[in-house]
Design a binder for this molecule. Structure first.
Ligand SMILES: [Cu+2]
Length: 123
């Protein structure tokens, strides 16, 4: 009986300790479309990152991570490493050059549909 109480107390404190190490941040990341979203979120599929969600419309990335395993700077670097500029880290030109044509946000690219299908600002 003693063991069970002791065990659950340990688990309880372990959970508190873990909760304190979790942080959620949000920052701007350049990108264009759903492919960018996949690329960005895939880049953050690493140990320490609990959740990564990039919003196509707002161009903002929400990341929940464990501060003991990864730092905010590392997260920015991971995103830049796959070709997307963040608020803090710019992607290298050679990496940027390799991303899909319709994802070239620096040139104002647009992935919307096929050729000849014009983008309407307002519907
Ligand atoms: Cu894209």
């Amino acid at each position: 009986m003693k063991h069970i109480i002791l065990g659950s107390a340990c688990l309880f404190f372990a959970l508190i300790a873990e909760a304190q190490n979790k942080v959620q941040i949000e920052f701007g990341v350049s990108g264009v479309c759903g492919m960018c979203e996949e690329r960005i979120e895939q880049a953050l599929d690493v140990p320490g990152v609990i959740m990564a969600d990039w919003n196509v419309e707002s161009k903002r990335l929400t990341v929940a991570y464990k501060t003991k395993k990864i730092s905010e700077d590392q997260i920015h670097q991971l995103v830049a490493d796959v070709g997307h500029d963040t608020d803090k880290v710019k992607a290298k030109d050679e990496v940027y050059a390799n991303i899909h044509g319709c994802c070239k946000y620096r040139e104002g690219a647009s992935c919307s549909g096929s050729e000849g299908h014009d983008d309407h600002d307002d519907h």
